[in-house]
Write a protein that binds this ligand. Sequence first.
Ligand SMILES: *[C@@H]1O[C@H](CO)[C@@H](O)[C@H](O)[C@H]1NC(C)=O
Ligand SMILES: *[C@@H]1O[C@H](CO)[C@@H](O)[C@H](O)[C@H]1NC(C)=O
Ligand SMILES: *[C@@H]1O[C@H](CO)[C@@H](O)[C@H](O)[C@H]1NC(C)=O
Ligand SMILES: *[C@@H]1O[C@H](CO)[C@@H](O)[C@H](O)[C@H]1NC(C)=O
Ligand SMILES: *[C@@H]1O[C@H](CO)[C@@H](O)[C@H](O)[C@H]1NC(C)=O
Ligand SMILES: *[C@@H]1O[C@H](CO)[C@@H](O)[C@H](O)[C@H]1NC(C)=O
Ligand SMILES: *[C@@H]1O[C@H](CO)[C@@H](O)[C@H](O)[C@H]1NC(C)=O
Length: 674
Amino acid sequence: MAQGLHLIWMILCVHLICISSQQEIEFIYNGFSQADLYTDGVAKILTKGLLQLTDGSGQKMGHAFLKKPFEFNSPGSFSFSTHFVCALVPKPGSTGGHGIAFVLSASMDLTQADATSFLGLFNISTQGSPSSHIVAVELDTALSAEFNDIDKNHVGIDVNSLISIASTPAAYFSEIEGQNESINLLSGRAIQVWVDYRGGVLNVSLAPLKIQKPSRPLLSRSVNLSETFPDKKLFLGFSGATGSLISYQYILGWSFSRNKESLQALDVTKLPRVPSHKAKKKKPATLLIIFLVLLAIIVFLALGAAYVYMRWKYAEVREEWEKEYGPHRFSYKALYDATKGFNKDEILGKGGFGEVYKGSLPSNELIAVKRVSHNAEEGMKQFVAEIVSMGNLKHKNMVPLLGYCRRKGELLLVSEYMPNGSLDQYLFHDGKPPFSWHQRFVIIKDIASALHYMHTGALQVVLHRDIKASNVMLDAEFNGRLGDFGMARFHDHGADPATTAAVGTIGYMAPELATMGACTATDVYGFGAFLLEITCGRRPVEPGLSAERRYLVKWVCECWKMASLLGARDPRLRGEILAEEVELVLKLGLLCTNGVADLRPSMDEVVQYLNGSLKLPDISPDSPGIGSFTPLVIGSNHNPASPSTKPLSASFYSSSSANDSTFVTHSIVHGHGR
Ligand SMILES: *[C@@H]1O[C@H](CO)[C@@H](O)[C@H](O)[C@H]1NC(C)=O
Ligand SMILES: *[C@@H]1O[C@H](CO)[C@@H](O)[C@H](O)[C@H]1NC(C)=O
Ligand SMILES: *[C@@H]1O[C@H](CO)[C@@H](O)[C@H](O)[C@H]1NC(C)=O
Ligand SMILES: *[C@@H]1O[C@H](CO)[C@@H](O)[C@H](O)[C@H]1NC(C)=O
Ligand SMILES: *[C@@H]1O[C@H](CO)[C@@H](O)[C@H](O)[C@H]1NC(C)=O
Ligand SMILES: *[C@@H]1O[C@H](CO)[C@@H](O)[C@H](O)[C@H]1NC(C)=O
Ligand SMILES: *[C@@H]1O[C@H](CO)[C@@H](O)[C@H](O)[C@H]1NC(C)=O
């Protein structure tokens, strides 16, 4: 009985020893921060738990081993399963190379082994020697012909030699595709490796990180571990090597169990990140991209700013009602370009309404662009309608109005360019040769004809409102052309005190204009003043002259009274003068400037007087209204309600627009006349 008990105890004892020697070793490292590993060479555990086998240097190797040896007794029952995740990152600028191995070795000391194609496992003398006591699963990323490598991206099982007993290109069996999918070991991405050993068969499987363990192993080969490790003791670890081909080689995590079933799966989310060594290489590219993006943003902003600037620079006011005037509408940009950006050198003249610029359209047509500043948007619709209608008036002695453009506070009127400028330059400026009587008489008849057409030729009566020498333009053949119709209402006080708002110019304005407003008779008055002006070569009012000569109408009348009517004529008149014609024009001038509107002739009669088909009525300097001059002067200190800020409301077409008188309510009758 005691013997029996003893036997039982013995059996138990042996069993316990067996169990203890067959230590239940099992571990899992999701990163190696906590791991106590033996490392040598360039191998080390980096912060964040990454096990680095090789760094970026060449001809180097590194080893990492579990410090405790792994022992086994009965070869038959000996088995293990392991799972690890590695990443091989080619050194930037290199194709990357050599490789790593999962090692079972009798000794942890592999410092005498060589790097490069020996993978840190063997040296020239231990290679192929049974005394090496090494079994390895190699992930080889270089083709070493001396070891019969099949390619530079393969997995092999090595027993005491780098000439693998089994090898195959790196791949995994994809359950979804039902076929082998190759794996690029040097992709720099994490790769899972499983090594299973049981019943003398060593299986190796690979898969990318996100893929589950394939059902079929990549390599399956019988290996007699009892034969390689006769001492039944081995160390588990990794080896990595570089040569002239260099990779950063890392192990991210490692799980091990003696029993395939109890192998713990690695937690992929807890694994350390693989450093991106491409970053170094990518840096210039990143900088370049940032630079390009910034450049693109700058260019975009610049273009945007340019667009906004252009929009602002060429901004126009365009309203719905203007659509019908489309053909008469010029774009501001077209005018801007035509006048070379409203260049000062292109200024033809400055009037009471603003500057006039010479311009050239792309069609080579020459134009004159008048910029009229105003601060009245009200009534603009009617004014534009009138301007456009004016443009529709066609007469050989009128300056053709081509169109207009509107901007905020600004109206641009485009007319044909008159090469020889305005008449007043020839009358009053010393630089130009004075005109002969013949030339002047032609111009007089031209202007009479134009005004006659305006008063009677169009569907409605059109008033000019501002007849004077400076509004008479000369074309290439020195024909008179009436221009600037209707502009009187755009007068700006500051620019030219000789012009009044809305009603015209002092000396050309009929006395009743202040109270009755503009009508054809006021135009006739202006024409009369113009007749005297062109014949006498002086302005209707010249404040510098003595009292009796100051007002032209009065003075011509005085001359007539003294029986020397012709003495009033321009002393600079060149060539022959036709006394009857000069006399006729002077008398007609006085007739037209009659202080009593009803006693003035119509333009129809004026034309006939001038062409001789009607005799001038018998008048004397003492006839009623003749030679009476009542100058109208606009108050120079205008208040905010002054005409320039008034809506542009008066109609061009009303022959007796008494309501126009609103424009002259600020006029004061100057005491000079009487
Ligand atoms: C090879 O390694 C062994 C030990 O592993 C060492 O004794 C031997 O000297 C080495 N030979 C060479 C040529 O490095
Ligand atoms: C996959 O590769 C293994 C090892 O090279 C091979 O034995 C197997 O036949 C391949 N399977 C397919 C479906 O190609
Ligand atoms: C090794 O793979 C074979 C199939 O190729 C399989 O039958 C065997 O069970 C595997 N052994 C281990 C330990 O996984
Ligand atoms: C393995 O090797 C040992 C020692 O050489 C031998 O005794 C055993 O029979 C071998 N096992 C197999 C399955 O070949
Ligand atoms: C008038 O215009 C014509 C045509 O452009 C030109 O040839 C001529 O010189 C001009 N005359 C004067 C005096 O400017
Ligand atoms: C003078 O002008 C009037 C009006 O335009 C016209 O009817 C008449 O025929 C002209 N007479 C001469 C002689 O030209
Ligand atoms: C002037 O305006 C009033 C009121 O708006 C109008 O009744 C009158 O007919 C107008 N007079 C003229 C001549 O247009």
